[in-house]
Ligand binder design. Structure first.
Ligand code: PMP
Length: 395
């Protein structure tokens, strides 16, 4: 039977890394492939309590349909969080989404016509690439260095692509590289966006998980023309399973997002929103985030020290100050897919870099996740990878 899918189904496929993750689930394999938060840190007891409180006090409302914009006390709590990072906003400018992934998809629906250009970091977040591809976006990649997207290159690309709609950026502890956009570049990005009249989609799921270095204001902090759409999420600071993210943007954008969200799912899970709002009211989320940061810092430091000890000295790698990932650059002529296969034989897994380049230009990098595993396991896994990398370099 040949099914008659819509034309757009032709280009949509399940994410390559999700396919990889299936292979790496074998118990003997140490996997640095996923991007999962540490499950042992989920606040299960607090959530048990909060679920009871919500069901006792507001059970019917929590289980009822609700407004598309989201539960107002939660939006107000988000405004407080935003204020603390330098974004002054009101609940009218906040829309609760089903994870920030939905916000990315809705942004594609709202802004991207077939052939529109999106400028992004090279590499960038795979699931955003896939979302924007489903709206037939054209990607223009801008090189990065250790301080994030290079602004001179961004300007060149803006000049060369006058039909650019959007700059998509992940300024803090980027997925996949773990790199952070430095302060002057944040200001410059806004200047360029103003000058070339393009929008910025600032995707910031990791900013709150900074465990070293100085805090930086988001790009949106410098936005006086209302051209930055800011996204964040509870996934990395609370739990990803509740699927709660948010958009902060000008009211004109929020109104349109609301209309598209109504088409997608009417509203974000009411129960999840009320549980989270109640948690924020009764518990100290900052103390919880501090715990996450302490653990991730230890794991990241361990992974970096093990890379230093076990990997060939010729390879370079990022040194993140937060987030979940380290990016390892192989030599020009090394093939990450081959390294991946050899690593699997040695019972260790990671993700190859290629899918994170929207135009498929490079395959000589690896992404390693450090959040999801004990220090002891990290050491064994990195040692196994090191054996493979040394062997390949000696060939
Ligand atoms: N943006 C980036 C850069 C991410 O890494 C992720 C999660 N891996 C998301 C968005 C989506 O997160 P969520 O939908 O869980 O909020």
């Amino acid at each position: 039977m040949e099914y008659r899918f819509a034309a757009r189904a032709g280009s949509v496929k399940s994410s390559e890394t999700r396919e990889i993750l299936k292979v790496t689930e074998r118990p003997e394999i140490i996997s640095f492939a996923g991007g999962l938060p540490a499950p042992e840190l989920f606040p299960i007891e607090a959530l048990r309590d909060v679920c009871n409180v919500v069901l006792n006090e507001e059970g019917a409302a929590a289980l009822q349909y609700s407004t598309t914009e989201g539960y107002r006390p939660l939006r107000e709590a988000i405004c407080q969080r935003m204020k603390a990072v330098g974004i002054n906003t009101m609940s009218e400018n906040v829309l609760i989404t089903s994870g920030s992934q939905q916000a990315i998809d809705l942004t594609g629906r709202l802004l991207i016509d077939a052939g529109d250009t999106i400028i992004c970091e090279s590499p960038t977040y795979l699931a955003a690439i896939n979302a924007f591809k489903s709206y037939d976006a054209n990607f223009v990649e801008v090189v990065m260095d250790d301080d994030g997207m290079v602004m001179e290159e961004l300007e060149k690309k803006l000049q060369a692509h006058p039909n650019t709609k959007l700059i998509y950026t992940i300024p803090d502890f980027q997925n996949p590289t773990g790199r952070t956009l430095k302060l002057e570049r944040r200001k410059r990005m806004i200047e360029l966006a103003n000058q070339y009249d393009v929008l910025i989609l600032e995707d910031n799921p990791y900013g709150a998980v900074r465990f070293a270095g100085e805090e930086l204001p988001p790009v949106k902090h410098f936005d006086i023309e209302g051209r930055v759409i800011y996204l964040s999420t509870f996934s990395k600071i609370f739990t990803p399973g509740l699927r709660l993210g948010w958009i902060v943007a000008e009211k004109a954008f929020i109104d349109k997002y609301v209309a598209f969200k109504q088409i997608a799912d009417l509203h974000t899970d009411s129960f999840a929103q009320r549980i989270t709002a109640k948690y924020l009211e009764l518990y100290d989320i900052e103390a919880h985030i501090d715990k996450i940061k302490t653990v991730y810092k230890e794991r990241c430091t361990t992974m970096l020290a093990c890379i230093e000890e076990f990997f060939p000295k010729k390879l370079s790698y990022s040194k993140p100050e937060g987030g979940l990932f380290i990016w390892v650059e192989l030599l020009e002529d090394m093939d990450a897919s081959h390294i991946f296969t050899e690593c699997l034989k040695n019972n260790v897994a990671c993700v190859t870099g290629a899918p994170f380049f929207p135009n498929g230009t490079r395959n000589n990098a690896l992404r390693l996740n450090f959040s999801n595993m004990s220090k002891e396991t990290i050491r064994v896994g990195i040692q196994r990878m090191g054996e493979v990398l040394h062997r390949e370099l000696e060939k």
